[in-house]
Structures are given as structure tokens and as C-alpha cells.
Design a protein around this ligand. Structure first.
Ligand code: ADP
Ligand code: MG
Length: 246
């Protein structure tokens, strides 16, 4: 892999086996289709250079989250090769890195370690993380008392302060209130200016138009098109037409 490349996927496919809970009588007799194969990604070829700002679009179920999971190493490809360079921090499954019984502060330590921060890093950045997440007194409360918005803000704040080379964000960016959105967008902007590689999955096309340079359009487990932000309009029109003529 050339040293200006951050992410490289070659012929990547991901197969899931769907287990049906109860096979029907006929299936039992015929001894088949108890297992069904499902391809969440099919033959993905993608090269992302260091410092690139990438937006990923596509209708639900097209494989966007699976793509981020493959890049981050949360899951492995069934076929193909994945190469990455640098520290990756992803905000994909928010609940995964938190424990409901622990306080906000304890969760920051736990989650911080998971995203590669040392105990000292966590200590040093704690104030910044808490103030960015704007959770105030709740820092000492158990996590199960947090609202969805507070969880999102804290997860986002930890990811942003983990100093990644590659940041992967799955949809979350347009969650939360307007004030937090603005703050997040500013922070992402700052990371982009620092030359970090950022991949954002979002349905918020105005945001992508402003902050991405490269757009990856996915549908049905495949990449339909890779291009500049000009393909956002084509995508919007296609989706609107589909809705109107169904
Ligand atoms: P998107 O993020 O674009 O909505 P996903 O990557 O989440 O799409 O999912 C793509 C397809 O793969 C969906 O049909 C989804 O149901 C399926 N899928 C995702 N994860 C799993 C899994 N762990 N087991 C089985 N199927 C899965
Ligand atoms: Mg998804």
C-alpha cells in the first residue's frame, strides 16, 4: 500500500448466514433452507487517500454500516482484502462501549481505553470531553439515567478527543440538538483541516455537500458510483423519483 493511502479495499464481500428460528414442517422434511445466505457487501473496491473527506450515501440496508465495520475491523470480510494505515476511531454502535451501571466518568475511562487512550490521556482530556458533551452534573450519575441525546454526545465527544488518524462516523452526526450539531460540525471541520481522514455515513445531504470532497454511493451491497459532491443531486433526484413512482 502506498504511504499516501489511508484505506484500501479490494474485492471485499461480506456474507451473513441468517438462521431461521423455526424451520417450517416442509423445510424440516426436505432438510433445506434452514440457513439462508445474505450478502451485506459484494465486491467492494475502494481507495481512500490520507486526508480525504468522504461521505457515504445510500438507502437503508445498502451496506453502509457493514462497510464501516469492515474498515474499523469490528468485523472481517468473507472475501477480499482490507488495508488501513493509522489509528482508527469509529462511532458506529454507540451502546457497545458503555456500561449502564457505571457513571459517566467511569464510562469515559472504559470507552477511552477501548478507543486507544491511555489512563493518563483520559485523565488529561476528561474535562474537555465532559464539557464538549455538555452533560454537566450527570457525569457522576449511572449511565442508565442518561437520555439518548446525552449518550450520543458523550460517545461523540470521546471519539473526537481520541486523536484518530481515521474517523468513521455512522449517521449520528445529525442526531442531538442543533447546538450540539453545530459544535460537532465545527470539530469535524477542525479535524479535516488537521489532515485527518474522515468518513461519514449520513442522510444529511447538505452537510455532505459542504464537508465532503468524495462521495461513495451504495445500494444493494454494492458501490453504485464514486464521485464528487455533484452526484448528491443525482442521488436526491433518484430517491425522490423512486418514492413518487413506487
Ligand atoms: P445500512 O447501514 O446501509 O443501512 P447495513 O450495513 O446495516 O446497511 O446492512 C446491510 C444489510 O446487511 C441489511 O440487510 C442488514 O439486515 C444485513 N445485516 C447487517 N448486519 C447483519 C448481521 N450481523 N447479521 C445478518 N444480517 C446483517
Ligand atoms: Mg447503517
Amino acid at each position: 500500500m502506498k504511504n499516501n493511502i489511508a484505506i484500501e479495499l479490494k474485492g471485499v464481500s461480506k456474507k451473513y448466514i441468517l438462521h431461521h428460528e423455526k424451520p417450517t414442517l416442509v423445510e424440516n422434511v426436505l432438510k433445506r433452507s434452514e440457513r439462508e445466505e445474505f450478502w451485506a457487501l459484494k465486491d467492494i473496491n475502494l481507495v481512500i487517500k490520507k486526508g480525504e473527506r468522504v461521505g457515504i450515501i445510500g438507502p437503508n440496508g445498502s451496506g453502509k454500516t457493514t462497510l464501516l465495520e469492515i474498515i474499523s475491523g469490528i468485523t472481517t470480510p468473507t472475501e477480499g482484502k482490507v488495508k488501513t494505515s493509522g489509528k482508527i476511531v469509529s462511532l458506529i454502535e454507540l451502546e457497545a462501549g458503555f456500561h449502564p451501571e457505571l457513571t459517566g466518568e467511569e464510562n469515559i475511562s472504559l470507552n477511552g481505553l477501548l478507543v486507544g487512550m491511555s489512563k493518563e490521556d483520559v485523565k488529561r482530556r476528561l474535562k474537555k470531553i465532559v464539557s464538549f458533551a455538555d452533560i454537566g452534573q450527570f457525569i457522576d450519575a449511572p449511565f442508565y439515567t442518561y437520555s439518548q441525546g446525552m449518550m450520543l454526545r458523550l460517545g461523540f465527544s470521546i471519539a473526537m478527543h481520541a486523536d484518530p488518524d481515521i474517523l468513521l462516523l455512522d449517521e449520528g452526526i445529525n442526531g442531538g440538538d442543533v447546538k450540539f450539531q453545530r459544535k460537532s460540525v465545527k470539530k469535524i471541520d477542525q479535524m479535516l483541516n488537521d489532515g485527518k481522514t474522515v468518513l461519514v455515513v449520513s442522510h444529511w445531504l447538505e452537510f455532505l455537500a459542504k464537508y465532503s470532497k468524495k462521495i461513495v454511493w451504495m445500494e444493494g451491497a454494492r458501490i453504485v458510483e464514486i464521485g464528487g459532491t455533484n452526484i448528491l443531486n443525482k442521488y436526491r433526484t433518484r430517491m425522490l423519483n423512486r418514492r413518487n413512482f413506487k
